[in-house]
Design a protein around this ligand. Structure first.
Ligand SMILES: C[S@@+](CC[C@H](N)C(=O)[O-])C[C@H]1O[C@@H](n2cnc3c(N)ncnc32)[C@H](O)[C@@H]1O
Length: 505
């Protein structure tokens, strides 16, 4: 059971039923924002350019008032705000910390925005950032819905589950999303201000989310969840905390090591974890070994997807700007020096980041860590679920090869074969043949003619794999299948199954 439950029952939470009524009445939702602003002005909002948004919002009635108040942070006449937020009373909203006075005017003291992550509009309360107005972020700043939050939302499996743990919930965005596919959601954070906001976010959406204060997994020690999601403070740097939302206080990639190393203990049998993480690339060391060394030796199937690698200078500059610092300022330069010194001292020549998926299994830990640095549009969440199904099948084959030999396979309908030819002295010369997956992570595999022939023979009602390779051996002039030929064929098929280009029927 939770050690410290922080259902504060704050004034802000108490305000939420009326606030919800106001937002619903005015139609403050993701679709209406796009409709009222139009695609171009909506894009300006994303680029932190308030003027085009303000010009459009001025003629958009009460919805325009809420856009100016809550998204731009404008100070507005009290009467306009009272009308747009009715039945919320302005004095109660000020006492609750949602609004504040600015002379004769009223402005938002919090960020409140709609988000549709696939299950309809949800409203997310967080601290105001500096996207529309210059401000310095405090150590306790509670992040709103940022790029990382959105990328984890899209990368989280959403098949129905019993229980979900959201580690480091911040404003509660992952927890609120989880409530659309889980029966019960628990969210933790070390920052009481985050829990204050997450509680209100839950109430605003009419959701019942268990909130527990504490560091890392300590507040839920001994408990088990069907799914764990985490967008932890994984920023890689010297061991210090300037902003709780991004700094763990652990040196380099210590936060990712801790979360990846301990998450499996929280998983119920067959449970899944979906997390963002970062790892340093150290001169002379393979990043895959580093991540692999963080996993327990037993009980985990891990899929680690590296989305990008930043060089140290780019990384430091990006995070300085993220915290509202100008890399040209002397103070920011001193910080950049310290940060880059810490990287140099640890031989860091790059910072990799991406998604880490874990599945609780019986047996020794397995890991596939791979680059997925090319572009793709489909959300990765469902792919992760499928990855683990395919991985379970491959484990069964590793225990008993006969399963593969007696199985029939089909080429996935989204798989295409591409032959690339280049001009040579004797005309076009084929150089390479590739299989492409046209959906999900859009994997590509180079293949040889033998594999192309093998795939051509795959049918749901056709021959099992062993009979197919017997025919292939004959076609290639041999009257029997050698052990080496069989092993090569199985390795190729396993690789294609792992990436979903081919599947057992
Ligand atoms: C990057 S923010 C993620 C917020 C939110 N889950 C999201 O996806 O946008 C990381 C969160 O972890 C919290 N955090 C920092 N250190 C922590 C710790 N030691 N234990 C638990 N949470 C922590 C921060 O307060 C912050 O809310």
């Amino acid at each position: 059971m939770p050690t410290t439950s922080t259902t504060t029952g704050s004034l802000l939470t108490a305000l939420c039923p009326e606030l919800r009524a106001a937002l619903t009445r005015v139609g403050y939702d993701a679709d209406n924002l796009l409709e009222v602003l139009g695609a171009d002005v909506h894009a300006a909002l994303g680029r932190s350019e308030p003027v085009p948004v303000r010009r459009m919002a001025r003629t958009a009635g009460e919805l325009g008032t809420l856009i100016r108040l809550l998204l731009l942070g404008d100070a507005l006449p009290e009467g306009d705000v009272a009308a747009a937020l009715a039945p919320v009373r302005i004095d109660r909203a000020i006492a609750a910390g949602l609004l504040e006075r600015d002379g004769d005017l009223v402005r938002a003291a919090l960020d409140l925005r709609p988000l549709d992550a696939g299950a309809g509009t949800r409203w997310i309360l967080s601290d105001l950032d500096d996207s529309m107005r210059r401000r310095t972020l405090t150590e306790e700043h509670v992040l709103g819905v940022g790029h990382a939050s959105l990328s984890l939302l899209r990368a989280t499996p959403t098949r129905p589950v019993g229980s979900v743990l959201d580690l480091g919930t911040g404003c509660g965005v992952q927890a609120v999303h989880a409530a659309s596919y889980a029966n019960q959601v628990t969210a933790t954070d070390v920052n009481p201000r985050a829990l204050w906001l997450a509680e209100a976010t839950a109430a605003l959406n009419g959701l019942d989310i268990e909130l527990v204060e504490g560091s890392w997994f300590e507040p839920v020690a001994g408990r088990r969840f069907d799914q764990v999601v985490a967008n932890p403070p994984f920023v890689v740097g010297p061991a210090r905390i300037e902003h709780t939302y991004r700094d763990s206080g652990l040196a380099l990639d210590g936060a990712s090591e801790l979360v990846i190393g301990q998450a499996a203990d929280l998983l119920a049998p067959g449970g899944t974890a979906a997390m963002l993480a970062a790892w340093v690339h150290v001169d002379g060391e393979d990043w895959r070994h580093r991540v692999s060394s963080w996993l327990p030796t037993d009980g985990v199937d891990a899929w680690v997807v590296q989305r990008d690698v930043a060089d140290p200078a780019l990384y430091v500059g990006t995070w300085l700007r993220d915290a509202g610092l100008d890399p040209r300022d002397p103070a920011a330069q001193a910080r950049a020096e310290q940060w880059l010194d810490a990287f140099t001292a640890a031989d860091v020549d790059g910072i990799g980041f991406g998604f880490v998926y874990l599945r609780a299994i019986d047996g020794p830990t397995e890991l596939l860590a791979e680059d997925l640095t090319h572009g793709f549009d489909d959300p990765l969440g469902d792919e992760a679920s499928r990855y683990f199904e395919r991985s379970a099948w491959l484990r069964a084959v590793a225990r008993d090869e006969k399963l593969a030999w007696t199985s029939r396979f089909v080429v996935d309908p989204a798989t295409a074969l591409e032959r690339v030819a280049l001009p040579g002295p004797d005309g076009w010369t084929e150089r390479v043949a590739r299989l492409h997956r046209g959906d999900g992570p859009r994997w590509q595999h180079e293949v040889d003619e033998t594999t192309i022939s093998l795939l051509a023979g795959m049918r749901a009602d056709g021959l099992p794999l062993y009979e197919l390779i017997e025919l292939l051996a004959v076609a290639y002039g041999s009257d029997e299948v050698t052990t080496e030929f069989a092993a090569d064929a199985l390795a190729v098929v396993a690789g294609l199954v792992q990436h979903g280009l081919v599947r057992p029927v």
